[in-house]
Each structure stands twice: as structure tokens, then as C-alpha cells.
Design a protein around this ligand. Structure first.
Ligand SMILES: [Zn+2]
Ligand SMILES: [Zn+2]
Length: 415
């Protein structure tokens, strides 16, 4: 692995550090003005305005939420020179903020409780540092500001369809980690997050008097059988060495104690890091529900919805994060994440198409800090410039290495 010119790197980082306070202000602006998933119109417009003023070529989706923005050296030729993309999500959550801070959410009931405000400012810092050196960049930088990460189906697939990943050689991402101290980053090659799929069963039996179940088909009884079988699905059907989890989140049926209800609805989520397992889930659900309903004379209807696939971090990019992080923060501040998260993240849609990786950015001043999606979530803002620098260094290294690879490929072709 080679390194880009030190001077270029120094100038990029100097600019990021010079604008440290501006990045914090930008994060606070986004924090104070959060927008829910699919409603990020003002956020997108603010980002577009900022990026245009940095000299980026901005492409906003026709729907007005989500954008990607490019900056490239003069006479850039995508057939010859590489492109590295950096992605931030931009949406907030339907949570009423409980923090008493000057930048508290002004949009009552909506809050950046997942740190997407931090991601926006961090990626902007990277774009600001790299953008000022466009003449010397060994390729193109693309910033992807993706709407709707928090709901299903997420915005990533729409950004892909909008062309955000076209001509991209590698994609980088980050997520705040309130369990990791500021000044640290977390890395993990391979499985990083799990796929998540959602299911909803409607069990239909035959309603009747609670005193005479023999005249009924008890949908509640059938639903309990189904619950038990579902909880055994992963442990009895999937290779137990590979993480998988199924959770039932809702169950509803009946209205009064002495009536056996006609219908019960239950819904849940199932997560795994294994593609094969994931492909089999819907068939397993039908087989289990079909068998149980047949046994008891009930019927069922299944609605199955695919969420995002699992993220499998590219090992090369992940070791770059670790190397760059070691140079910047010291080896002790690189946390090698031992286990994948069973949470979901639609960054995986990009990683399915081009090599990509995410790292976790430590944002805790002191442990334990408030968790993601908590009404008290906040961060140590020193993390922002750190994240910007990790991304800028990694992007530069990738551009540099990909540019050399392409040159070598052309030389081989010329032989
Ligand atoms: Zn979230
Ligand atoms: Zn998030």
C-alpha cells in the first residue's frame, strides 16, 4: 500500500482543523433543525447550497431529498481515473428531545438521535478539506448524502437507482458509536451489521364462546404454537455458528375474556449475516405456519418484507481505516470490534455493488453515554474533525492506490 503526497494530506487536514468550529456549528444547525425520513427537503437544500459554495457539482434527486456531489481534478476522465464515494445519512427520528442544550431540536417531536447530524458535518468536513485541493486530487471525490436511512425500504437503494454509485470504485461510511470514547474508532472486516427482514402473520381460526373451544378453531392457541416454532427456527434450521436472531414484536387478537377470537396478528423481525440463511427465511416461515395451521384447521396469511442486506466490510478498506486511524490516533485507539451488530444499515446496498466499508466513530466523553435512538443522545463534538480526517486520509489513500492500479493495468494492456 503506497501513500499519497504528504504535503497534500497536510493541506487537506489543516483545512479541516481550521474549520473545526464551523463543522460543529453545522452539526448544531442540523441538530436544531431535524427532518423525518423522506421529508429531508430543507436538509438536502442546505447541504446542496454548502457544497455548491465549495465548488462541488451537486445532483439532487428529483424528489428533493438526498443528493450526491462530485469534485474532480481538471480534465478528469472516469475511464482512466478512480472515484471514491463517502456516504452520510441525513434523516432524523420521531423522538422528543430531552437534552437541554442551546442547539436543542426546534422541530418538536423530531430529533437527530442517531447522530446523522454528526455524519453530515463530518462528511462535509472531509469534502471541505479535499475540495480545496481539487487540482492535485488523484481522482474524483463523491459525497453521497442519503435520505431515509431509518425506515424500510431505506433510501440507499433509491440513491443507487439515482446513479450515486455509478463509476464509483469504493465507498466509505461511518456511524457514531456512543459506547466508544471520543478519539477512538472501531473497525471490523467482514460482517458488520445483519440483514433485517420483517414478517406479519394473520392467523384465522373460527371464533366462538370461550366455554366451548371444541366448537371453535382457537386462533390464539394456534398463534402461541406458531410463536414457539418461530423462536426455534434459527436454532434448529440455521448453522448455529453463524449469528441469527428472530424476535416477535407484536401480537394482537381478541377483545374480551370469554370469546375465542377469529383472528390473531403477529409480526416480527429476523436478522442474520448469512446470505444463504436469509434466502431461506420466507420458505421456512411458510413451512412452519402451514404445518401448524393444517394441524389445527386454521389458515394464515404471511406478509414478508425484505429490509437491507447485511454489511460485509471490504477487508482492504477496513485495514486502511485501521492503518490511517493508527497514524492519526495511535494504535491503542483502534478498537477491533469482536462481533457483528445484529442491527441493520442500508449502507449494505452500496457494498453489494462496489467495495465498501464503514467504521464506528467514538463519540462518548465518558462511559456510559446515552445510546443511539435515546431522547438524551448527544455526542462529544471533538469527534467530528477526527471523523473528517479519517475519511479524508482513507479516501486519498484509496484514490492514490486505485490510480496506480489503473496505470499498471494500462501498462500491462499496452505490452
Ligand atoms: Zn438509527
Ligand atoms: Zn443511524
Amino acid at each position: 500500500m503506497t501513500r499519497p503526497a504528504t504535503q497534500l494530506l497536510e493541506r487537506v487536514e489543516e483545512r479541516i482543523l481550521d474549520h473545526r468550529d464551523d463543522l460543529i456549528d453545522l452539526r448544531r444547525f442540523f441538530h436544531a433543525n431535524p427532518e423525518l425520513s423522506r421529508q429531508e427537503f430543507a436538509t438536502t437544500q442546505t447541504l446542496a447550497d454548502h457544497l455548491v459554495s465549495l465548488g462541488y457539482e451537486v445532483h439532487v434527486r428529483p424528489e428533493g431529498t438526498g443528493l450526491y456531489a462530485d469534485i474532480a481534478p481538471p480534465n478528469f476522465d472516469s475511464a482512466v481515473q478512480p472515484t471514491v464515494a463517502i456516504r452520510s445519512d441525513i434523516d432524523a427520528l420521531p423522538i422528543k428531545e430531552l437534552n437541554d442544550v442551546p442547539y436543542r431540536s426546534k422541530n418538536e417531536g423530531v430529533m437527530h438521535a442517531c447522530g446523522h447530524d454528526v455524519h453530515m458535518a463530518t462528511v462535509y468536513g472531509t469534502g471541505l478539506g479535499l475540495g480545496a485541493q481539487r487540482e492535485e486530487l488523484p481522482g474524483r471525490i463523491r459525497l453521497i448524502y442519503q435520505h431515509n436511512e431509518e425506515t424500510t425500504p431505506g433510501g440507499a437503494i433509491e440513491m443507487v437507482n439515482f446513479g450515486a454509485i455509478e463509476e464509483v470504485d469504493a465507498v466509505l461510511g461511518l456511524h457514531c458509536d456512543p459506547e466508544l470514547a471520543v478519539g477512538k474508532i472501531g473497525v471490523r472486516p467482514g460482517a458488520f451489521t445483519a440483514s433485517f427482514d420483517l414478517f406479519e402473520f394473520q392467523i384465522r381460526g373460527k371464533g366462538g364462546h370461550g366455554a366451548r373451544p371444541h366448537q371453535c378453531v382457537d386462533s390464539i392457541f394456534v398463534a402461541t404454537q406458531l410463536c414457539n416454532a418461530l423462536y426455534q427456527l434459527t436454532s434448529r434450521n440455521f448453522d448455529t455458528r453463524i449469528p441469527a436472531v428472530i424476535s416477535i414484536g407484536t401480537i394482537s387478537g381478541g377483545a374480551v375474556p370469554n370469546v375465542i377470537p377469529e383472528k390473531v396478528t403477529l409480526s416480527g423481525t429476523i436478522r442474520t449475516i448469512d446470505r444463504e440463511h436469509r434466502n431461506q427465511i420466507e420458505d421456512h416461515l411458510h413451512r412452519i405456519a402451514g404445518g401448524i395451521c393444517m394441524t389445527h384447521g386454521a389458515n394464515y396469511k404471511l406478509d414478508f418484507q425484505n429490509g437491507a442486506p447485511a454489511i460485509h466490510n471490504d477487508p482492504e478498506i477496513t485495514s486502511l481505516f485501521a492503518n490511517v486511524g493508527t497514524d492519526l490516533l495511535g494504535e491503542d485507539n483502534i478498537y477491533h470490534i469482536p462481533l457483528p451488530s445484529m442491527g441493520g444499515e442500508d449502507f449494505s446496498y452500496y457494498c453489494e455493488r462496489v467495495p465498501g466499508a464503514m467504521f464506528r466513530l467514538g463519540t462518548a466523553t465518558s462511559a456510559p453515554s446515552n445510546f443511539l435512538h435515546s431522547p438524551n443522545f448527544d455526542i462529544d463534538e471533538r469527534a467530528i474533525a477526527i471523523g473528517s480526517r479519517v475519511l479524508a486520509r482513507t479516501a486519498l489513500r484509496l484514490l492514490h492506490d486505485r490510480a496506480i492500479m489503473r496505470k499498471t493495468d494500462r501498462m500491462v494492456e499496452d505490452l
